[in-house]
Design a protein around this ligand. Structure first.
Ligand code: DSN
Length: 422
């Protein structure tokens, strides 16, 4: 248990919530594919005195004095981000992945311009232009989808037709619920053909790219990558924008993030990003990234064996989207609640062309970044998949659910959350 001595003495109410969350994370298994466990070093940086400092602007171009150490820490974060992803420029100030995307849009577009992005129900993200977001008041979004939800193949022919018709200024790759690799050459070719920027939101797979377990989109000519830093990349909660080579684009992005969109950067989070990027540059991060994929495959095999339909037919990355309603007759919401009861946290998720509603969809989405951080290998991941399916099959049997809960607790206890990864 973390000590939290000062909070404990000063604020028992908040201390109680910290204690509860610590126990929840310790005793249960985190399968939400966008979550992870950060190192103590990252948490120390994020809880550090840099939170006291206002640093509007960029290193050596700030609006307030007293920036000798904030400048240094931001420069460290930028240099490490560039090295990790092979970028020429990095903006480490976005407070979140949504801010990174919004900053990128305002840097590259004029109001009324069009973006071609992945349909939310086929794996895209709210910030890729879902009508509930305010960015759709400024920009026009058109969509591409999968040609076949059972292979995950994107309909690139249709994408080109839509691109030629709507002349987007950005062709946007990337996803939050898609389990296959994209054909980067095709994305960039379509963007070039219609004179658009090729941009990819790598929030989910940033750690897999940094760890060289999957392809780096910059090697295929993408102009810009947006990301979060807290998913597979295993850093603090935050955003990041990378530019492959154009200084002109990078300058527009810097202006769009500050002063266009945000005020003072969160320097404690920038410090924590620097620490996390340092960890990702270590050789063992490659082993971690590769193991995430092996573990997801091990879970995929169990689902295949039980004839559970997976969108995309399985996985080539860190996540699986399973049609539990179609395969087992269990709605995603019910599956999420049953699994929460036995100590497995994941999320309900819509599947392509879902006939059910977003708050009670057909699917569940889960993945292996967090349990891989705990040291789980293929054998334990297969066991977790069996326990998940066992819990769903026994959802009306309290005694069986309790037995599975105890097995999950034992697995968790055998794999404590590490303080560091070296
Ligand atoms: N909430 C994130 C995810 O889970 O994919 C995306 O914003």
């Amino acid at each position: 248990m973390d000590s939290y001595t000062h909070i404990q003495q000063q604020d028992p109410e908040v201390f109680g919530t910290l204690q509860g969350e610590e126990e929840r994370e310790r005793d249960g298994l985190e399968l939400i594919p966008s979550e992870n466990y950060v190192s103590r070093a990252v948490r120390e940086a994020q809880g550090s005195i840099f939170t006291n400092k206002y640093s509007e602007g960029y290193p050596h171009k700030r609006y307030y004095g007293g920036q000798m150490f904030t400048d240094s820490v931001e420069e460290i974060a930028i240099a490490r981000a560039k090295k990790l992803f092979g970028a020429s420029f990095a903006n480490v100030q976005p407070h979140a992945g949504a801010n990174a995307n919004i900053g990128m849009y305002f840097a590259l577009l004029q109001p009324g311009d069009t973006v071609l992005g992945m349909d939310l129900s086929h794996g895209g993200h709210l910030t890729h232009g879902h009508p509930v977001t305010y960015i759709t008041k400024f920009f026009n979004f058109v969509r591409y989808k999968m040609k076949d939800a059972d292979t995950g193949e994107i309909d690139y022919d249709e994408m080109l037709v839509v691109a030629k018709e709507h002349k987007p200024k950005i062709v946007l790759a990337g996803f939050s619920a898609y389990s296959r690799e994209l054909d980067y050459e095709k994305f960039v070719a379509i963007a070039r053909e219609v004179g658009a920027y090729a941009v990819i939101d790598i929030a989910h797979i940033a750690g897999l790219i940094a760890g060289k377990a999957v392809k780096n989109p910059f090697d295929y000519g993408f102009d810009v990558m947006t990301s979060t830093t807290h998913k597979t990349l295993r850093g603090p909660r935050g955003g990041l924008i990378l530019t492959r080579e154009s200084e002109e684009i990078a300058k527009k992005i810097d202006k769009a993030v500050f002063p266009g969109l945000q005020g003072g950067p969160l320097m404690h989070v920038v410090a924590a990003k620097a620490v996390a990027f340092g960890e990702a540059l270590e050789p063992q991060f490659k082993t971690y990234a590769a193991q995430i994929l092996k573990n997801a495959k091990a879970m995929e095999e169990v689902l295949h064996a039980h004839n559970v339909r997976m969108l995309g037919g399985g996985t080539s990355n860190h996540l699986i989207l399973a049609d539990v309603f179609g395969s087992l007759g269990i709605p995603g919401q019910e599956a999420e609640v049953v699994l929460d009861r036995v100590g497995i946290t994941l999320n309900k998720n819509t599947i392509a062309d879902d006939t059910r509603k977003p708050m009670d969809p057909s699917g569940i989405r889960f993945g292996t970044p967090a349990i891989t951080t705990r040291g789980f290998k293929e054998k334990e991941c297969a066991q977790v998949a069996e326990l998940m399916l066992g819990a769903l099959a026994s959802r009306a049997d309290d005694a069986k659910l309790e037995k599975i809960h105890q097995e999950i607790k034992t697995l968790a206890a055998q794999h404590p959350i590490p303080d560091s990864f070296n």
